[in-house]
Design a protein around this ligand. Structure first.
Ligand code: F6R
Length: 608
């Protein structure tokens, strides 16, 4: 939700912190701040607004001298975006400062306890209690103060902490919010995510829940919450720093859309071996896979939409019943998980609080959880029993594109594998499915290269008030994602409907000129969707159809048609979503929206 960076070493800290925060701005961007020890005291500069404001205020960090500091870019939860609520937060005599990502759930109780002891609060944040609580427990031993605080707070947190008394140290800790630490010849770093420090080091340590790290300029030590020292092994980051740069594209979102052929290849091809699907990560024999009686897919947002597609594909190909749940619902609805059920959680970030909670709930009930996860080493990746990584690389744009496409591939592989081991897919069908899967990257590339047609069309809808997306079956799942892409980045109201459902109320919203995007890629449902297109057209809608090349007759019912190449209908989502992503993108660009950082959103939702 928020981004944290810290540095202690031989170089000036502030420019390094700003540089790291820039890579983390996708995590939150309503205010930003830095605290740096200047040799005598800790100085804080912070401001509401984008990171640019902080950069200007500090002349790129130049005006904050010192080699030890922490910084933060915020996505507001407790307290509106403002200078006062921006992090870092101080204790009363400005000797302890803290940056925080997450939510302190018992902060009201702690605030009251501290107020009763004479502490005064200046902000509306939950974070400020941490600064005062550290002050309360600090008796000359910073590690002891940090661990005492950890014993008192409930909720999720990643913290960077500076004590003016110990200016040669930074403390970092986490619980259920991401945090890594790294080391280079020039110093030690803390960060919410790898791209923030990749320029300086590839050697990182993933901090586990409630571990505390003491960083000095040339080494760091890890401790348990009971102050016992522990040893940890570093992980070497393999991917390139360029993967987290725009590489000449106008926006990360456009770049990431263009990376989809590669993402799909990288997720697919390592799992196709000798004309078979081999998913070693499942750690299950064919017999165990064949014995699965039910699958629960749990996720949020676009990952949930991928899950809805997964339901259709797994049920169709493997004939295993699949329930798809929003993680925020699943965790509180006391779901019925029966013997033989498998739980699959899907997450790009691997840090989504509700998805993580659903995973834990399932494990606590004794069920094995498979994670389909993009970020290596993330909390979900580490806590799931088995992990099928989507090899999409770092995704920076807040609106997901390439990670979603990779999630679809992981689900197709699972569906075909399950169908095969359960005997529902014969040799001929299996070869044909594999052949169609292998064609997807080139077909996606082709659709991306024909972007002008959709771009021209999108320009006409920059002023739209409402847009509806309709489809049946898998086309409904595609509509859900197409609609989300448009609304989250262009702020145009949009809804996705199962095409047959529209006439049960929502059709009353259709007016002269309302855009209805009708997705029709499923041969069995083609005629039915055409009827629904005709229904909305009769009420004045302008109909954009997304369909397969062979469905030329659709031109009679639609006003504008985008064709996708031929593939197995189970895989049509991977192709039909491309023009819809482009549509959302170009409408948002046409409106002048901040495509990569839409208002009110953040990339990684580590709070409920
Ligand atoms: C939309 C989007 C979100 C995420 C959702 C889940 O473009 O990106 O809806 O899909 O917040 O996030 P992860 O996949 O990180 O669990």
């Amino acid at each position: 939700m928020c981004g944290i960076v810290g540095y202690i070493g031989t170089k000036q800290a502030a420019p390094i912190i700003l540089d790291g925060l820039e890579k983390l701005e996708y995590r939150g961007y309503d205010s930003a701040g830095m605290a740096v020890y200047d040799g005598k005291k800790i100085n804080i500069t912070k401001s509401v607004g984008r990171l640019k404001v902080l950069e200007n205020l500090t002349h790129g960090g130049e005006t904050l001298p010192g080699v030890c500091g922490i910084g933060h870019t915020r996505w507001a939860t407790h307290g509106a975006p403002s200078d006062t609520n921006a992090h870092p937060h101080f204790n009363k005599d400005e000797t302890i400062t803290v940056v925080h990502n997450g939510i302190i759930e018992n902060y009201i109780h702690l605030r009251q306890m501290l107020t009763d002891k004479g502490y005064e609060f200046v902000s509306d944040t939950d974070t400020e209690v941490l600064a005062h609580l550290l002050d309360y427990y600090y008796k000359g031993n910073p590690l002891e103060a940090v661990t005492k605080v950890l014993h008192r707070v409930e909720g999720s947190y990643a913290l960077g902490i500076l004590f003016a008394d110990c200016p040669d140290q930074i403390f970092a800790t986490r619980k259920d919010s991401p945090l890594i630490v790294g080391q280079s010849k020039e110093g030690c770093f803390i960060a919410s995510d790898v791209p923030a420090i990749l320029k300086y080091t590839r050697k990182v340590y993933y901090v586990d829940n409630q571990e505390v790290v003491r960083l000095r300029a040339d080494h760091m030590h890890f401790y348990t919450v009971d102050e016992e020292e522990i040893q940890k092994e570093p992980v070497t980051i393999e991917w390139d720093a360029d993967a987290a740069e725009k590489a000449g594209y106008e926006h990360f979102m456009l770049k990431e859309m263009y990376e989809q052929p590669k993402t799909v290849t990288d997720t697919l091809m390592p799992r196709i071996k000798d004309d078979d699907i081999v998913i070693d990560e499942l750690n299950m024999t064919d017999g165990e896979l064949a014995a699965i009686r039910k699958i629960h897919i749990v996720a949020c947002g676009s990952a949930y939409h991928a899950g809805v597609t997964g339901k259709y594909v797994i049920e169709g190909l493997a004939r295993i019943p699949v329930e798809v749940d929003l993680a925020s619902e699943f965790r509180y609805r006391n779901p019925i998980l029966e013997e033989g059920a498998m739980v699959v959680v899907i997450s790009q970030s691997g840090e989504t609080a509700d998805t993580l909670a659903a995973l834990r709930e399932s494990k606590a009930r004794g069920f094995k959880v498979l994670g389909i996860v993009n970020v290596v080493g993330s909390s979900i990746a580490r806590e799931a029993d088995n992990v099928m990584y989507t090899w999409a690389g770092p995704e920076i744009a807040v609106a997901t594109t390439k990670a979603y496409s990779a999630q679809l591939i992981a689900l197709y592989l699972l569906a075909v594998k399950l169908g095969r081991v359960r005997g529902g897919i014969d040799d001929q069908m299996f070869s044909s499915l594999l052949a169609d899967l292998k064609c997807l990257p080139d077909q996606i590339e082709m659709l991306l290269n024909n972007k002008q047609k959709i771009q021209k069309f999108a320009n006409r809808y920059v002023g739209a008030r409402d847009v509806f997306f309709i489809g049946r079956g898998i086309d409904y799942a595609i509509s859900l994602e197409g609609s989300l892409k448009l609304k989250e980045i262009s702020y145009i109201h949009s809804e996705a409907y199962a095409a047959g459902e529209l006439k049960h109320g929502t059709i009353s919203l259709i007016e002269e000129g309302t855009l209805v995007a009708a997705v029709s890629t499923q041969p069995d449902l083609y005629a039915k969707t055409i009827s629904n297109m005709v229904e909305v057209k009769a009420r004045g809608a302008f109909v954009l159809a997304v369909t397969c090349e062979e469905n030329k007759a659709i031109e009679k019912a639609a006003d504008y048609v985008i064709y996708i190449p031929e593939t197995n209908p189970y895989f049509a989502n991977s192709l039909a979503i491309i023009p819809l992503q482009l549509f959302g993108y170009y409408v948002a660009v046409g409106k002048g929206c901040d495509v990569d950082k839409p208002r009110n959103l953040a990339k990684s939702v580590t709070v409920e």
